[in-house]
Design a protein around this ligand. Structure first.
Ligand SMILES: [Fe+2]
Ligand SMILES: [Fe+2]
Length: 341
């Protein structure tokens, strides 16, 4: 097999060298984006096949040969297009050396968002297994270098949807998990896998709450409030059915609205009666809810939201100031929410 060559540096900035595996995820005869070939003799990229152009069998073969030899490129400007293909085969990100960190974070977020939507629409084990498989791709990627979680902080969504909120909560919760230990490398793979899936699914029960209640901008009636309160138990029952054999999944769903002083719901647990993931998820969940615009409240600035949580004794003081401290020291940066209107 030919050794694939490195892309020339200047080219690699603006163009993405696509592998054969990546090419195979595109429709065979019509490429969804223009591709370019690298010409060694003139050290230049030239447009090879235009977007949606119907290719002959010879051209299909030639495109594959170019990809195999490392001479096929697409413009990085088109990354929303090629990422749509990669999200269906997320494990490609683990072997593709030509994707940038920011692109990988974008692709992972899109993939998990799509898989989670599928699960919330159809909460059965085979759909959950696909979500879990993609979650494991993410955790493998993070295990190789825990600092990569920081790139994901730039990908927090401000969209008001259950899936977007859940992916945000996972990102913040995993960042907290890494930072809850003296050394980021102290997080074990199994723990990371469980946290990632459990954080993603913490609000699964919300998919059972009628959407008119979630969209209301006026105060809720007591029976509507009850419906929302029940999401913790409903979610716990949903994830229990997946029968994965570990506790974090149920704990996150069941306990993320419990509070240290016993003022939370549904069981009014106190302090260490609440599991560690329940306490971390509570903070990540509240923070992510605060920085997103909701029908009944405007989005808060990340720093203001983190200060509010740090000052609130209902959250575990071992973790409640992590986000605020990292924002103040500028160890992390979070974009301010977009202004509505
Ligand atoms: Fe919740
Ligand atoms: Fe939540």
């Amino acid at each position: 097999m030919a050794v694939k060559k490195e892309a020339p540096l200047l080219v690699a900035e603006e163009y993405y060298q696509i592998s054969q595996e990546m090419l195979e995820s595109f429709p065979k005869y019509r490429l969804p984006l223009p591709v370019f070939r690298y010409r060694d003799d003139v050290a230049q990229l030239q447009m090879f096949i235009a977007r949606d152009q119907r290719m002959s069998n010879e051209q299909v073969e030639e495109v594959h040969n170019l990809a195999r030899e490392g001479d096929l490129f697409v413009s990085r400007v088109d990354y929303p297009i090629y990422s749509k293909h990669i999200i269906k085969q997320l494990d490609l990100i683990l072997s593709d050396r030509n994707l940038k960190e920011g692109e990988i974070a974008y692709i992972c977020v899109e993939a998990l968002n799509a898989r989670l939507k599928d699960y919330l629409d159809q909460p059965v084990k085979i759909v959950a297994d696909k979500l879990y498989a993609d979650t494991l791709v993410l955790t493998e990627y993070l295990m190789a270098d825990p600092y990569r979680i920081k790139t994901f902080l730039n990908r927090l969504s401000r969209e008001h949807s259950l899936a977007a909120h859940s992916v945000n909560t996972m990102i913040i919760g995993l960042w907290m998990l890494f930072n809850s230990k003296k050394d980021e490398k102290a997080v074990e793979r199994k723990e990371l896998d469980r946290y990632a899936l459990a954080l993603l699914m913490h609000d699964a029960g919300m998919s059972k709450v009628p959407s008119f209640i979630l969209q209301k901008t006026t105060p809720l009636k007591p029976e509507e409030k009850d419906k929302i309160t029940q999401h913790a138990l409903m979610g716990a029952k949903m994830v229990q059915k997946l029968d994965l054999g570990w506790d974090e999944l149920v704990q996150a769903a069941f306990e993320h609205h419990e509070r240290m002083d016993g003022s939370g719901y549904p069981r009014k647990l106190k302090g260490d009666q609440i599991s560690k993931i329940g306490r971390i998820c509570a903070i990540a969940d509240s923070f992510c809810a605060m920085i997103a615009a909701r029908p009944y409240a405007e989005a808060k600035e990340p720093l203001a939201a983190s200060q509010e949580i740090a000052a609130d004794a209902r959250y575990d003081p071992r973790y409640s100031s992590l986000i605020r401290n990292a924002l103040i020291t500028q160890e992390i940066a979070l974009k301010a929410p977009e202004k509505a209107g």
